[in-house]
Write a protein that binds this ligand. Structure first.
Ligand SMILES: [Cu+2]
Length: 178
């Protein structure tokens, strides 16, 4: 943080957002359902409209935060969830991004990582196809529960890299390489 308490790194920004978001969620959960249609101030929005508005901005912000990335930059991912599940960050083609729970590319990704579900082992935590670093579909890394991983983004400027989590394929995002 700088002297004004403003975040200077992505990690500090995320930390600040997480803290504010926890407070917001506590307040939203504490709001009695029967008061959702009350207006905020005279003739203002209802609380329900305000919550919908905030949630749209929240989703958009998360999307934007995942969208920009300098070529050659090292990206660090840290699993902050408490569910104890591993994740992956896997580059896929845009058309491979599922819009349902069916994920055909996920099977290929598990195979590339040499995942053995019975033995619960992962032969290759990092799959790197083509040139070194994350630059094309097929590049994929496992993020262990509560763990931290780093990788280099080496795709050319202007490339869009779509990614998903092969374990939770509804977790999707995009790097736009600058
Ligand atoms: Cu996941």
């Amino acid at each position: 943080m700088d002297n004004d308490g403003r975040p200077r790194t992505a990690a500090e920004t995320t930390e600040l957002m997480d803290r504010a978001w926890r407070g917001f969620r506590r307040a939203a959960v504490a709001l009695p359902g029967e008061r959702l249609n009350d207006r905020i101030g005279d003739g203002g929005w209802t609380r329900k409209q305000m919550l919908a508005h905030i949630s749209v901005w929240h989703d958009l912000t998360v999307k934007r935060l995942t969208e920009f990335c300098e070529s050659g930059e090292k990206v660090t991912l840290r699993d902050r969830s408490t569910g104890g599940a591993p994740h992956t960050l896997s580059i896929v083609r845009k058309r491979q991004l599922p819009d349902s729970f069916e994920c055909s590319v996920c099977e290929q990704l598990f195979a590339a990582h040499e995942v053995n579900e019975e033995a619960e082992t992962i032969g290759k935590p990092l799959v790197n196809v083509g040139a070194a670093g994350f630059d094309q579909p097929g590049d994929s890394i496992i993020v262990p529960p509560g763990g931290k991983v780093s990788f280099d983004v080496t795709a050319d400027e202007g490339t869009n890299l779509n990614f998903l989590c092969a374990i939770h394929p509804w977790m999707q995002g995009k790097f736009r390489v600058r």
